[in-house]
Write a protein that binds this ligand. Sequence first.
Ligand code: HEC
Ligand code: HEC
Length: 259
Amino acid sequence: MQLLRQASALAVASILVIACGDSSSTTTDSDSAGTDSTTEGGDSETAGEDGRKYYDGAESIALGASGNQVSCATCHSDDGTQAGHSGNTFMDIAYHESFKGNGADLLTAVNACVTGWMGGTALAESDDAFVGLKSFMESISSVDATTPNVVAPEVLDDELAYEAAYGGGDAAAGADAYATSCAICHDNALMVGAVAAYPKASLMGYTTGRIAQKVRTSGPPPSGALDMADSTPGPMPFFEVKDVSEADLANIIAHLQGG
Ligand code: HEC
Ligand code: HEC
């Protein structure tokens, strides 16, 4: 519901952004220059709250292709929650030494999502949206959290290997896991960039390998193109084991196959 409301606010919001520019920054600056200026955190938290709209507001959705309905918040939590989210939580993310994509910096990582999943145009470092996102992330991050993220989507050899890894799940338990990780897109035909998520009913006839490889790599069913280059070809994001456990994925598959 909320996502749909955000999406219909999109047209209005983007007109406002163009027409008004960022008129809020003057007010905010004078606010934070006042009473709170004793701690460094005061300023950056204010700026961070200003930047939040690029994480979960219409301004975030507007970073994607025309018709896009997802924001960063569709895939990334801001409170440390990992389950059910394909992307890493933004809590404690700002000061990592490197980001997904072997040493990428924050701008490169953000742009991979803006262009790759959301179908939008890459941001420049000085764009309000990137400045806002960065200060929002900093406001919820500890400078001591610097561990880089290693992305390792799992790719198995063939249908038999997927069947061995993900066959025999519990369909009843899978209903809950599906609701946590998949329903937000597949029950709402949500537009990810320029592509709508297929309705749940159309996922139900697929083999175990086809569903599991899609979830783990975003890629096509076992096809011979089994390398990292094939890991993000679709607008659907991929879920690593930390995002959807092996048991949860087996259960989701049993649920989809109507077991
Ligand atoms: C459709 C889902 C999706 C959307 C929308 C999305 N991301 Fe991501 N993002 C991912 C996935 C999947 C990854 C890679 C997996 C991971 O984070 O471990 C990722 C990775 C990242 C990373 C690197 C994380 C790390 O620890 O290396 C950053 C930073 C990031 N995204 C920022 C953003 C921002 C900012 C937005 C909104 C403008 C956004 N993402 C929108 C799915 C998404
Ligand atoms: C952020 C939105 C989003 C989430 C969350 C999501 N999907 Fe998808 N999914 C898509 C989109 C968009 C497509 C169609 C485009 C594509 O193939 O990437 C798709 C396609 C698929 C397909 C079709 C693959 C094929 O070979 O035709 C399967 C199967 C699937 N999703 C399963 C899942 C499962 C299971 C989950 C939960 C673990 C899930 N999806 C979570 C957006 C999403």
